[in-house]
Ligand binder design. Structure first.
Ligand SMILES: Cc1ncc(COP(=O)(O)O)c(C=O)c1O
Length: 465
């Protein structure tokens, strides 16, 4: 049978689909028994990936086998239970299927009329997040991740308040925000870095003083960027106090909760996150601690008009399909026109497992970090640097008779050794300008035994280096 270009027979499609599903299931079910992986050397990459543009096709089944093999050999698994670096990316099978459905049905989630059901699903799913964060009203949309969620919120703040926006951050604000501010054309002179308190949180008294001094000097447009869960230490800026500082003078409060806001699911963390509900805008990332495949971030605002004011634009060729009876045109709320149906994975996985399963999974990550802290505190070879907060803690080797420079070098070497070893991945961050080892224990399948064996290996590595 002659098929049109780029088509396969039904049998071929099914067979390829089963093959792909088998490999994903194999990956997900055997991962804990395998290594996290290590980066391949450049020669291996060159051998595996031929840069030539293929004129003709090749057998899709063989291509799939080879591609799966090439990918598995060349990625470090950020979804592995012993990947304890960055903010890990534990995913789930239902959401992976949802991504496949969204791509297979190729849902255009930019405009409500051609994707009315998806628009309703996105609105409901965004609203779940709004309610969980305690925002009294508002809306938002799904974007690619935290960087983009912060960027969208900050653009909305600038449109609302004025082009000469001054922004208040700390040294522990995520670097992607700095990048976003440059992208928005907010030059470094309009970015104030507020000191940290002893717990590495924004110092509110200094914030108060700086906001007031800037106002006296004529600054009217001000936006404070607080962080709920800094990537380095898991610290949560004092959100209620910061909200108080912002309240009187129409200062916009944006909270970057890219990974940490997920902890609203944990009752125990509610006091810590209390002021989140007073934010003007929030960034949070279901692809971090809500166990979704990349890419899904979410921006929430206390009033959807703040997004439409910033992003809505008429386009003549969209007029007929811009129905007022289906009011949700997500292209009016953010920078993308054509956008994929990101909401589906969160919607389906929450329906499949129930939000209580997500609560348990988040709680597990918090408890694991607390367990790691107890092990570290009991071990003479380690010094705890920052305690377990939102599933993150930092520590370094305690080696008598070594200078702080030598300990700093040792710390970096211990982390680098994990990358070569492949059993678990641990990286460093900096606290008070010194390198420290950092564990982020958000993966729901990470076990106490994983944490203990990883710490033992790190300990052996300290002894050998
Ligand atoms: C606090 C915080 N903000 C922003 C980001 C950037 O998010 P993304 O990598 O999804 O763009 C991260 C990433 O780890 C983060 O931890």
């Amino acid at each position: 049978m002659d098929l049109p270009p780029l088509r396969l027979t039904s049998e071929e499609m099914r067979a390829l689909g089963y093959q792909a599903v088998d490999s994903v299931v194999e990956h997900l079910t055997t991962m804990p028994t395998r290594a996290v992986g290590r980066p391949p050397d450049p020669a291996e990459l060159a051998r595996r990936f031929d840069p030539a543009l293929p004129a003709g096709g090749s057998d899709p089944a063989e291509l799939l086998t080879r591609t799966i093999d090439d990918l598995m050999a060349t990625i470090v698994h950020t979804d592995h239970p012993r990947f304890l670096a960055y903010v890990p990316g534990p995913s789930n099978y239902i959401s992976a299927l949802a991504d496949f459905l969204a791509a297979g049905l190729n849902v255009f989630a930019g405009q409500g009329l051609v994707a009315a059901g998806p628009a309703v699903i996105e609105r409901i799913t965004v609203d779940w997040l709004r309610q969980l964060c305690g925002l009294p009203a508002g809306g938002g949309l799904f974007v690619s991740g935290g960087t983009m969620a912060n960027l969208v919120a900050l653009h909305a703040a600038r449109v609302e308040l004025g082009a000469d926006l001054a922004v208040y951050i700390t040294d522990h604000t995520h670097r992607s925000i700095r990048k976003g501010l440059r992208f928005l054309g907010i030059d470094d002179a309009r970015v104030r870095t507020i000191a940290l308190d002893t717990a590495f949180r924004m110092d509110v008294r200094e914030l108060d003083r700086t906001l007031a001094a800037d106002r006296r000097a004529g600054t009217r447009a001000q936006c404070v960027i607080a962080t709920a869960g800094t990537t380095g230490t898991g610290a949560v800026d004092p959100l209620n106090d910061i909200a108080d500082a912002c309240a009187a003078d129409a200062v916009w409060l944006h909270v970057d909760g890219a990974y940490g806001a997920a902890a609203v699911l944990s009752e125990r963390q509610h006091p810590l996150l209390a002021g989140l509900s007073r934010a003007d805008s929030i960034a949070l990332d279901p692809h971090k601690w809500w166990f979704q495949p990349y890419e899904i971030g979410c921006v929430l605002v206390r009033d959807p008009a703040l997004l439409t004011n910033a992003f809505s634009m008429e386009a003549e060729y969209l007029r007929e399909t811009r129905s007022e009876s289906v009011p949700l045109n997500f292209y009016d709320l953010g920078p993308q026109l054509t956008r994929s149906f990101r909401a589906l994975k969160l919607w389906m996985s929450v329906h499949a497992f129930g939000i209580d399963a997500f609560r348990q999974a988040v709680e597990h990550g918090i408890e694991l970090a607390e367990h790691a802290q107890r092990v570290i505190e009991a071990a003479p070879e380690w010094e705890l640097v920052t305690p377990a907060q939102l599933a993150v803690l930092t520590f370094r080797p305690r080696v008598p008779d070594r200078s702080s420079d030598e300990i700093a070098q040792l710390t970096r070497r211990v982390a680098a050794a994990t990358l070569q070893d492949g059993y678990a991945l641990v990286t460093t961050t900096e606290v008070d300008a010194e390198p420290v080892l950092r564990l982020c224990t958000t993966h729901p399948q990470t076990t106490v035994a994983d944490i203990e064996s990883t710490l033992q290996r790190l300990g052996r590595s300290v002894a050998n280096l």
